[in-house]
Design a protein around this ligand. Structure first.
Ligand SMILES: NC(=O)C1=CN([C@@H]2O[C@H](COP(=O)(O)OP(=O)(O)OC[C@H]3O[C@@H](n4cnc5c(N)ncnc54)[C@H](O)[C@@H]3O)[C@@H](O)[C@H]2O)C=CC1
Ligand SMILES: O=C(CO)COP(=O)(O)O
Length: 349
């Protein structure tokens, strides 16, 4: 069922888009795209979606951003997927929800799909595109839409730049033709692994900078963490087939800077809370949103160990999150490491 609010005249060139997942980011993307397209926002909780349809506002996840007329709210999965049959399907759930969401899509006609989640799957250590491949196979063209983009700012219509990464030229062209415009710029990349690794690991590094800032360690320490964090992204991303150029772009350095320095970041706020001595459960509970850096820290620590990739900041964050290390101990552990060359390759002098 959709609440059909679209009584306005169709916009020239408008396309049909369905956003599956009605958290902060799915809602912001739906609001932004509904300025130019016919958008359906689907969420899995019927009662919540009914309330959202009545309020024309996502009170739980993105309050204070009224829905434009071309945004319809739905709790009917099949109808939402059918709406986008000739347009664009966008999966807007956290990484943990991607596999179950894709499983729901099995058996549906889906020409293409774009996902917005940033992280590695906790249980398997897989990147989102690998999960899509496992569940949907090769027949569906897919891509990751990523980059520095706080939901609240996008919902307000403030400018942002994103990257669509896909191995399919047609998918990239489709997404640029659909999403690029207004205050959203969309760049293209064929480096899916590089884009996804940047988006995943920057969340762990935002927890690290949140801890450092919360402990009052200063702007020098913050800059050091961001820069050496970029070295970690580059090392892991390179080992997984990503290109160095990608890590210097929007989905690497760009998103890393945003998330490490912007107080709208949920991951940064996790770090700030831990530095105040709060438990992880308390901090995550207070957030009321997903903080992808938490499960990602564990997945990346394991993956990096398996691949022999040196990731000291990630390991230190995982120590605080999962091994009971004190935030101060995290800093001490990083400072006590042997001196080395600045190169991304730790063996280089
Ligand atoms: N909030 C932001 O500014 C941005 C978030 N992202 C990424 O987008 C993803 C989603 O983040 P948010 O929407 O902000 O999280 P959120 O915590 O605000 O909302 C998560 C939403 O996903 C839904 N969900 C969970 N599992 C699901 C499933 N199996 N099927 C359908 N829906 C499911 C929840 O019900 C909830 O509505 C994350 O990976 C995040 O890193 C990316 C860019 C910006
Ligand atoms: O990915 C994001 C911005 O690009 C959002 O970051 P947080 O999940 O830390 O809020």
């Amino acid at each position: 069922m959709h609440d059909n609010m679209s009584n306005t005249a169709p916009v020239l060139g408008a396309r049909r888009i369905s956003v599956l997942g009605a958290g902060a980011w799915g809602t912001a993307v739906a609001i932004a795209l509904a300025q130019r397209h016919e958008v359906v926002l689907w969420g899995r909780n019927t009662l919540v979606m009914q309330e959202m349809a009545a309020a024309r506002d996502n009170v739980a996840y993105l309050p204070g951003h009224p829905f434009p007329p071309n945004l319809s709210i739905s709790f009917d999965f099949d109808a939402a997927v059918a709406h986008a049959a000739d347009g664009l399907l966008i999966a807007a759930c956290p990484v943990a929800g991607l596999r179950p969401l894709l499983q729901q899509l099995q058996g549906h006609e889906i020409p293409n799909i774009v996902w917005l989640c940033k992280g590695f799957e906790y249980e398997t250590g897989l990147l989102p595109h690998q999960i899509v491949q496992e569940v949907l196979g090769d027949k569906v063209a897919g891509g990751a839409l990523s980059g520095p983009s706080f939901a609240q700012e996008v919902a307000r219509g403030l400018p942002c730049a994103l990257t669509i990464a896909s191995g399919s030229d047609a998918l990239r062209d489709n997404v640029v033709a659909t999403v690029h415009g207004g205050n959203i710029r969309v760049y293209s990349s064929a480096d899916l692994a590089g884009v996804e690794v940047g988006g995943a690991v920057k969340n762990v590094l935002a927890i690290a900078t949140g801890i450092a800032d919360g402990l009052g360690l200063g702007l020098n320490a913050r800059a050091a963490l961001i820069t050496r964090g970029l070295a970690e992204i580059t090392r892991l991303g390179g080992a997984l087939g990503g290109q160095v150029e990608t890590f210097m772009g929007l989905t690497g350095m760009g998103d890393l800077i945003l998330t490490c320095t912007g107080d709208l970041s949920r991951n940064r706020r996790v770090g700030l809370g831990l530095a105040q001595g709060k438990s992880l459960d308390t901090v995550v509970g207070e957030l009321g949103h997903v903080a992808e850096g938490v499960p990602c820290a564990k997945a990346v620590r394991e993956l990096a160990a398996k691949l022999g990739v040196d990731m000291p900041i990630t390991n230190a964050v995982a120590g605080v999150l999962f091994d009971g290390d004190q935030p101060q101990a995290m800093v001490a552990r990083l400072l006590a490491r042997d001196p080395r060359g600045e190169s991304v390759n730790p063996a280089a002098k």
